[in-house]
Design a protein around this ligand. Sequence first.
Ligand SMILES: CC(C)(COP(=O)(O)OP(=O)(O)OC[C@H]1O[C@@H](n2cnc3c(N)ncnc32)[C@H](O)[C@@H]1OP(=O)(O)O)[C@@H](O)C(=O)NCCC(=O)NCCS
Length: 180
Amino acid sequence: MPRPPASFATARLTARMPRADDGPAIFAAFGSDPEVTRYLPWRAYDRVDPLNLFLRERIADWEKGTGNFAWLLCLRGTDTPIGSIGLGLEPGGKVILGYVLAKKFWGHGFTTEALRYLVDWALAQPTIYRAWAFCDVENTASARVMEKAGLVREGLLRRWHIAPTIGPEPRDCLAYAKVK
Ligand SMILES: CC(C)(COP(=O)(O)OP(=O)(O)OC[C@H]1O[C@@H](n2cnc3c(N)ncnc32)[C@H](O)[C@@H]1OP(=O)(O)O)[C@@H](O)C(=O)NCCC(=O)NCCS
């Protein structure tokens, strides 16, 4: 099974494995912001404790090789998380990607930069043929990120995903992919 790098750098970012003590910084930067979590599968945290638990699970993913890999994104030269990006290995030569960034840093191309790196990494692996992601139909910024990273819109996934910040019903999503 291919294993992505534990850390990587792009022009302006470094991505590293989460650490158990990252909770407070993530909480402050983006984890407690309901505007950030609007279209995400989790609600904004109102306490750091459950976020610490989540981090321990992501660290365990790295240690156990579950196929789920999460990185924290930091501005190059710093160690403070401003966002996160994740890659999941799926059966049949596919990877799924997801990302989040602190609001203060939106609109500078940071997420596109990180996504491009992981899409390139994935499709450079001999056994991976498809890198894909999806976003809520209303999440125009995320759709744009995928397009800028070279993914192509494939279709509408109806009633695909629950965004608890918006409501309990599954919502329509757009699927994007890059293949080789
Ligand atoms: C989606 C998200 C990760 C984008 O990150 P980002 O680093 O700002 O993305 P980029 O700067 O690379 O590109 C954003 C693009 O969307 C456009 N955009 C559209 N609506 C926007 C909005 N409300 N805010 C910021 N950018 C927006 C920007 O103009 C830009 O396109 P352009 O380069 O053609 O001008 C970020 O907005 C975010 O964290 N949102 C909340 C979490 C989330 O929804 N994650 C994705 C789940 S599928």
